[in-house]
Design a protein around this ligand. Structure first.
Ligand SMILES: Cc1ncc(C[n+]2csc(CCOP(=O)(O)OP(=O)(O)O)c2C)c(N)n1
Ligand SMILES: [Mg+2]
Length: 689
């Protein structure tokens, strides 16, 4: 459908109705009227917008990403025409096609992380102007940097075995991750006498009775292990935090034995989630986590590569005064990944073996008196956990069970009437009902989180019973991955249930994999969480981003519900259409009983703005020099409710980027009391300007 070059008057009227500020729009050639009115101090995205306009690149192709949201507004003001796609490959294909079609440059704009990596295919096409003359020699060195452990191009036919063996071993060393071996065409085609091939060191083990050494099979230095056990047993408020190595080294039984023996609260992260069943009295997660991390006096970090999700193990996330024992399978993890500042003892060894050593030592040292000292801390953790479950889950789910979330939604969503007519489910309810039903039928089930709006609400509805059962998008926060991951899980663990929760937009990135599932008879369940938009309410909230145009909508097909279930029915997969809370469990049950790949299409939305969006709204407002009154009523209400916690969280978020705004600039936006924010920041050991 050709897009109009001029703004659509209807949209401007819509936005005024919802109380949003509507920006003036000028034809691209008069963009200076807009940029001359900018304040002296502006965010970097203003400069990008102005330069694009100066260069005459006023038609573009994109999928949005958080850090350039405001650019859409600026480009809109300047009369740009922007196309919003369904897959981040498409903008660069589009820009390439446009370049050829106009016989000049084209421009694409995508998310800085998952969006960018999806650009590879179209960029290789355009590498020599759209003639598929991609220069693979030049790219090998650089294109993999940062996404794998190493990449090697085999240049000698005799080295093929060596590099494949090396990749096979290195990818399975902690931290686990991919290695890339590229075998060039000349080597793949050439012939050689394989019987004269060199006998490499460990191919010798293939034929004999000798056993090749396992990777990282040894335990730690005993005196260090003992120190770690003493540290934990002599503490009043000990805790354990685990990571993926517990899963890949299959150490979950040892972990459980150690935790139960020493009665220490444990939090399992990444692929180790479920190593201790999450309803186990000693396991803690999201609810009590801030308290336990902040108040602990001694901790064990085991097999976890700390990153920004853990605040790099530094205050304010982790207690600044606690002592830590850290166990890693790879020495570099002890040095390179922001280990806690106050590491008392660092142990190198296979986590399963180290835990065995710790169990043996602890057996000789635990006493009722020692365990008694931990009891109040354990109790405090359990109380918070229970309250969290009751208020965050049980209450919310029952409150929202019979409410159509679109009733209270103040977004100018073009599908609201349809969602009210057909019915819609609250995301908290959908997550809880679907996951609980699946887990009741198969306690070893896995979930894949693949929707921005669902990630906040899904993670605490799933109680992982087994490790390796919670696949989320991690710090990358991509979308569209669940269909592929579901296939892999089904192949690896036939007979165990898997369900991916994918957004209606992310679905567009990998939907045709449903056909792959059919061909291989893989009964993965895909739950489309259709909120009729990229990013849910946050983005449908047109007033948020002040767009003065219709053509760049975060909404998918305006006006009516796309029946994705009907679209895929002809493939023969099991389909469900969910428009009410009480339909969720039967739909999941029928899907599991069908034994086929299943597509469950649920209509719904989040009636509340997810917490992360509040932080984003606040830092965007700061970055773009806006006032709360510039936003639409829904977002204004969110600003008013933010208070001290969100103001402090936003400051921490920006500090993480290396940006240090004045606290008073944030409090002016959020309305939070500056003195109270300072008290909290001081208590957390944070500094501010
Ligand atoms: C591959 C990829 N491209 C771009 C982004 C930037 N991004 C973050 S959230 C989001 C919206 C996702 O919409 P949808 O899949 O419908 O999920 P919803 O949040 O609406 O449930 C986008 C595009 C991303 N995370 N991943
Ligand atoms: Mg969506």
């Amino acid at each position: 459908m050709p897009m109009p070059d001029s703004p659509t008057p209807g949209m401007v009227a819509d936005m005024k109705v919802v109380g949003a500020k509507v920006l003036r729009r000028v034809p691209p050639e008069r963009f200076r009227e807009i940029s001359d009115a900018w304040p002296d101090e502006v965010a970097g995205c203003f400069m990008v917008a102005r330069t694009l306009a100066e260069e005459g690149l006023t038609t573009g192709f994109s999928v949005f990403g958080w850090d350039y949201m405001y650019m859409w507004t600026l480009l809109g003001e300047m009369g740009f025409t922007m196309y919003h796609h369904r897959h981040d490959q498409a903008p660069a294909w589009g820009a390439g096609g446009y370049a050829i079609g106009t016989c000049g440059p084209g421009f694409a704009m995508v998310d800085r992380r998952p969006g960018m990596v999806n650009l590879h295919a179209p960029l290789t096409w355009m590498e020599r102007g759209g003639a598929q003359e991609y220069n693979v020699d030049r790219t090998l060195g650089s294109m993999w940097d940062g996404v794998c452990k190493w990449a090697h191009r085999v240049i000698d036919i005799h080295d093929i075995a060596y590099w494949i063996r090396k990749a096979h071993r290195d990818c399975n060393m902690d931290p686990r991750g991919p290695c890339v071996v590229q075998v060039p065409s000349d080597i793949l085609i050439d012939r050689f006498d394989h019987r004269h091939e060199r006998q490499l060191y460990d191919s010798a083990y293939g034929h004999g009775t000798k056993r090749a050494p396992d990777i990282q099979e040894g335990g730690g230095r005993l005196e260090d292990v003992e120190k770690a056990v003493d540290l934990l047993l002599n503490a009043e408020r000990p805790m354990i935090c685990t990571g993926s190595a517990i899963y890949y080294s299959q150490a979950w039984e040892e972990l459980k034995e150690f935790v139960e023996l020493t009665q220490i609260p444990v939090h399992c992260r990444r692929q180790s989630r479920g190593s201790i069943p999450e309803n186990h009295p000693l396991h803690f997660h999201g609810g009590p986590r801030p308290m336990v991390f902040a108040e602990t006096d001694a901790g064990l970090i085991i097999g976890l590569e700390l990153n920004f999700l853990e605040g790099f193990g530094q205050p304010p996330f982790f207690s600044g005064s606690a002592k830590f024992a850290v166990v890693q399978e790879n020495p570099s993890l002890h040095y390179l990944t922001g280990s806690p500042a106050n590491v008392e003892v660092a142990i190198l060894g296979n986590v399963k073996q180290v835990l065995r050593q710790m169990i043996e030592i602890a057996k000789t040292k635990v006493s009722p008196q020692k365990l008694e000292r931990h009891a109040p801390f354990v109790k405090k953790m359990q109380d918070i956990k229970e309250a969290y479950f009751n208020t965050r889950i049980v209450e919310r789910v029952s409150r929202n069970y019979n409410v159509n979330p679109c009733l209270n939604c103040c977004s100018p969503c073009s599908c609201r009437d349809e969602y009210l007519r057909l019915g819609a489910v609250d995301w908290e309810v959908l997550a809880f009902e679907a996951v609980q039903e699946m887990q009741a039928a198969d306690s070893r089930a896995s979930i894949i989180i693949d929707s921005f709006s669902m990630s906040d609400v899904l993670t605490d509805k799933f109680f992982a019973n087994f490790p390796g059962t919670t696949c989320d998008c991690g710090i990358h926060m991509g979308v569209g991955h669940s269909m592929g991951i579901g296939i892999g899980l089904q192949v690896a663990r036939p007979g165990r249930a898997t369900m991916g929760f994918v957004g209606d937009s992310g679905f567009g990135i990998g939907a045709m994999e449903l056909e792959t599932m059919m061909r291989y008879k893989l009964p993965h369940m895909t739950m489309i969480c259709n909120n009729h938009a990229w990013g849910g309410r946050s983005c449908v909230e047109s007033g948020f981003y002040l767009r003065p145009w219709l053509e760049v909508s975060w909404q998918n097909w305006p006006g009516f519900v796309i029946r994705y279930d009907e679209m895929f029915k002809p493939l023969g997969i099991h389909t469900e259409f969910i428009t009410g809370s009480d339909q969720v469990r039967p739909a999941v049950r029928r899907s599991m009983e069908s034994g086929k790949p299943a597509l469950l299409h649920a209509l719904g939305d989040c009636s509340a703005t997810p917490p992360l969006i509040c932080v984003l709204a606040l830092y965007h407002a700061w970055s773009w020099g806006m006032k709360p009154s510039d936003f639409s009523p829904g977002i204004q209400a969110d600003f008013a409710a933010m208070g001290v916690p969100f103001t402090v969280a936003t400051l921490g978020f920006l500090n993480g980027y290396g940006i240090y705004p004045k606290l008073e600039e944030l409090t002016a936006l959020s309305g939070a009391d500056k003195g109270q924010c300072e008290d909290v920041l001081r208590a957390m050991g944070m500094t501010w300007v």
